[in-house]
Design a protein around this ligand. Structure first.
Ligand SMILES: NC(=O)c1ccc[n+]([C@@H]2O[C@H](COP(=O)([O-])OP(=O)(O)OC[C@H]3O[C@@H](n4cnc5c(N)ncnc54)[C@H](OP(=O)(O)O)[C@@H]3O)[C@@H](O)[C@H]2O)c1
Length: 310
């Protein structure tokens, strides 16, 4: 990947990947490990995580370590942060990949809460806990990548007020993103999701997922917006002595467990033939962002190595 002149990374570069025991996360770990980077493969289940680690070792990749991480657990996040500090002193790359959907489930609070806790609050809490650990001498700056989805684009939200505030990039704040996510959770708890506020269901979403993509969409809107809000915080820091780039992206439509290994168009919406990617192909943009950190790209939403509309 890239030419030799761009290779700023080495075995001393430390990358952390969440939800990495399978799917796109495992493919991301493999790609980074093949680049010679020290990669911390994290997974919420130790057995599944260690099996993934062994599969990489059997492919000759010995520069991967395992540590448990449940992104929905503050205790687990804290334990990872302490271990990273003790073991490596600091890190260079964080890829927030862990995600869930409530595919084909009812929109009850019990089903919806874990989706928001993982896909939005988990991303935010892991990132905030690891921010102090970023090295201040990573060439080009440290990198945070959030694997979101084009289902989180604002075109899927019905509320004109939310669309207006969430697309006001320069003024977007973490508090506002929190209030957006919590408003949705409150409406679900009360059974009062109003029409005209939450996602619009265009036919292509309805035909495959029905309402079960609603919470996923809200969680990914929040994840993309958080990246924008975090970028605003980072550039406003006095001194800016520690540069941290932060990107959100969509991997494309990838054949994994999260979508029941089905095939529809998402990132390639409008294409004549739906094309389902392999996890390795889905890993391309997240890995490319982590390694190449395109100038001027921080805070933005990417797919296929290009900036796209939030
Ligand atoms: N596949 C696609 O077409 C597609 C499209 C757009 C975006 N994405 C995004 O890509 C990311 C990776 O998904 P995938 O397609 O590779 O699906 P996947 O194969 O289902 O992998 C999801 C990973 O996240 C982990 N995870 C779930 N909850 C977690 C938690 N609380 N703490 C830590 N790890 C957790 C899962 O662990 P377990 O094995 O323990 O469940 C699994 O390792 C997700 O953020 C997803 O939303 C995927």
């Amino acid at each position: 990947m890239g030419n030799e002149a761009e290779r700023w990374w080495s075995k001393d570069t430390v990358a952390v990947v969440t939800g990495a025991n399978k799917g796109i996360g495992l493919a991301i770990v493999r790609r980074l490990a093949k680049e010679g980077i020290t990669v911390v493969l994290t997974a919420r289940d130790t057995t599944r995580g260690k099996e993934a680690l062994e599969s990489l070792k059997s492919q000759g990749l010995h520069n991967v370590k395992f540590h448990p991480l449940d992104v929905a657990s503050p205790e687990s996040i804290l334990a990872l942060a302490e271990w990273l500090h003790k073991t490596y002193g600091g890190i260079d790359i964080l890829i927030n990949n862990a995600g869930i959907s409530s595919l084909h489930k009812d929109m009850t609070f019990e089903n919806v809460k874990p989706v928001l806790d993982t896909n939005y609050f988990g991303v935010k809490n892991v990132t905030k806990a690891l921010l102090p650990l970023f090295h201040d001498d990573t060439p080009g700056g440290a990198r945070v990548v959030v694997v979101a989805s084009t289902l989180g684009q604002l075109k899927h939200l019905e509320s004109k007020d939310y669309v207006k505030t969430l697309s006001d990039r320069e003024h977007l704040t973490e508090d506002f993103v929190d209030s957006f996510a919590n408003h949705y959770l409150k409406d679900v708890a009360n059974g009062s999701q109003k029409e005209g506020v939450w996602p619009i269901w265009s036919d292509w979403v309805n035909s495959r997922y029905g309402r079960s993509a609603e919470d996923y969409t809200v969680s990914k809107v929040a994840a993309i917006a958080y990246v924008n809000a975090l970028h605003n915080i980072l550039v406003a820091q006095p001194g800016k002595e520690k540069k941290i780039n932060v990107f959100s992206c969509c991997p494309g439509y990838v054949d994994t467990d999260i979508n029941g290994n089905t095939g529809v168009k998402t990132c390639e919406e409008g294409a004549d033939t739906p094309r389902v990617k392999t996890p390795e192909e889905g890993a391309d943009t997240p890995v490319w962002l982590a390694l190449h950190s395109p100038e001027g790209g921080s805070g933005k939403f990417w797919t296929e190595r290009k900036v796209i509309e939030f």
